[in-house]
Design a binder for this molecule. Sequence first.
Ligand code: IYR
Length: 222
Amino acid sequence: MADSKEGFIPYEPLRFSEEEMKQRSEDFFHFMDKRRSLRVFSDQPVPKAVIENIIRTASTAPSGAHQQPWTFCAVSSVEIKSKIREAAEKEEYENYHGRMSDRWLKDLEPFGTDHIKPFLEIAPWLIIVMKRSYEFVDGEKKNNYYATESVGLATGFLLAAIHNAGLVALTHTPSPMNFLSKVLGRPENEKPFLLIPVGFPAVDATVPKLERKTLEQMAVFY
Ligand code: IYR
């Protein structure tokens, strides 16, 4: 047995047979392959307890020095959602009418996006993922390690948890996003990372016809 070190506890592994491993990995791939980003939501409510579990799951992601440099702001308030929509649409109007290059606009054509964002009010929940680049410790700024990577990982876990609950989401990036700090009254060590509407898909929702890269296109084995 490995020497026990202070501050360490035994790791209790999950144990699967080779057969089970193959089956589970294949099943999980097919399950995750069904995840799609949605832009059209139903206003059907989602219980807060579900959102709480989804956020708890996100926070199981690894992070630099286990600093967990994230805050998840979960908004169901109609007033706050409408403030967010108003401010986001103002920024997006500027993006679609001058700030984005012609090439960018062309690349977005297949997705049919524009500056109008009704999902920001219709989706029952908006989760705003905040990145904490530093903490105040005894009044001093202390940088968090790999904050961007860590928050990216936690957001991936969040999206998987949303999918697992049978819900849909959009990884939305209104830009610039500083209006969110203001609307939500967040401290200066937090910066908005992603805005994620969460809910059920609208009845008759459609998604762009996309193909994912094949294993051959995106993996190299050595
Ligand atoms: N933030 C804008 C534009 C946009 C950019 C990318 I890259 C997308 O994949 C989708 C949209 C918007 O949300 O409309």
